[in-house]
Design a protein around this ligand. Structure first.
Ligand code: ZN
Length: 248
C-alpha cells in the first residue's frame, strides 16, 4: 500500500463522487468555500497535500477543515487558524489563479505540518517550510534572499530562530525560507522532517538537533555554512550532501 492509498484508507470514508465527473470532485481533506470552481480547487488542495505526504511523510490524524477564499484587502495574502487538536480554517485572500503555487500551497503547508508534527512548532521553521512550498515563487524568493543578504539587511540567525512573533522586516520569511532551502539541499525533505520532529517533539534543542541531524558541532558552524550557500548562488546541487545519516 503506498502512502497515498494509506492516507485514503486510514483517514477517510470513500466518497463515490470522487470517481464521477470533474465537476463533482470532493476532497476528503478540505472543504472549499468562496469560489465558483469548487471541484477544481478541492482537487488542487488534494494534490498539494499528496505532494507534502510524498516529501515529508503522512500525518497520523487529520480533521477535515475549510479553505475559504475571502478576496483581498485584508493586509495579508493568507492565514491559517488552529485550535488544538484541529485546523479551524485556512483563509486565502487572493483569487485561486494567483494563489496556486503560492499562497494556497503556503497555507495548506501550515495546516499539514500542524497535523504532521502534532503540534504548532517553531515560527521560523514553520514559515521556512511553508515558503518552500510556493513553487511558483521559489526563484523569486531566492533572488530576494540574495538581494537582501547583499544589502546587509539580514540579521544573525540567533535573533530569529527562537522568535515567537513576526518581525516587521519579514526576515522570518526570507531567512527562514533560505535556511530551510539549504537544509533540504543538504539532507532532503524527509530528513528535514526528522529534524523538525526531534526539534518539536523530541530533543527540543536546536543546537543539539543541528548536531545530531546535520553534524554541526556549533551553531556558528551551521550559520557559516548557510551563509556560504547564499553567497555561492543558492545552488542546491552544489551543496555537500550528508554522507552518513546517523543520530537517533
Ligand atoms: Zn505562513
Amino acid at each position: 500500500m503506498n502512502r497515498r492509498d494509506f492516507l485514503f484508507a486510514a483517514l477517510v470514508t470513500p466518497i463515490v463522487s470522487n470517481v464521477a465527473s470533474a465537476d463533482e470532485y470532493r476532497s476528503n481533506f478540505v472543504e472549499v468555500f468562496g469560489v465558483s470552481n469548487r471541484a477544481e480547487v478541492e482537487r488542487e488542495c488534494d494534490a498539494i497535500i499528496f505532494r507534502l505526504c510524498d516529501r515529508y511523510g503522512t500525518p497520523k490524524n487529520w480533521v477535515k477543515f475549510p479553505v475559504v477564499f475571502t478576496g483581498g484587502g485584508r493586509g495579508y495574502a493568507g492565514c491559517t487558524y488552529y485550535q488544538k487538536p484541529r485546523v479551524v480554517r485556512v483563509e486565502i485572500c487572493q483569487p485561486f489563479a494567483s494563489a496556486r503555487g503560492g499562497t494556497l500551497d503556503h497555507e495548506i503547508t501550515h495546516a499539514f505540518f500542524f497535523y504532521l508534527l502534532n503540534n504548532s512548532f517553531s515560527l521560523f521553521f514553520n514559515e521556512g517550510v511553508a515558503q518552500n512550498s510556493e513553487y511558483n515563487q521559489r526563484e523569486r524568493l531566492r533572488s530576494t534572499v540574495y538581494r537582501r543578504a547583499s544589502n546587509g539587511e539580514f540579521v544573525p540567525l540567533t535573533s530569529l530562530v527562537n522568535r515567537s512573533s513576526y518581525d516587521g522586516a519579514l526576515l522570518v520569511y526570507h531567512q527562514g525560507f533560505s535556511v530551510v532551502d539549504f537544509l533540504i539541499a543538504r539532507g532532503g525533505s524527509a530528513w528535514l522532517y526528522e529534524f523538525l520532529d526531534d526539534l518539536t517533539n523530541g530533543t527540543q534543542d536546536l543546537n543539539e538537533c543541528l548536531k545530531r541531524f546535520y553534524g554541526y558541532s556549533s551553531f556558528s558552524d551551521f550559520e557559516t555554512d548557510w551563509w556560504n550557500y547564499v553567497d555561492g548562488g543558492q545552488n542546491r546541487a552544489g551543496v555537500e550532501p550528508l554522507i552518513k545519516k546517523v543520530v537517533k
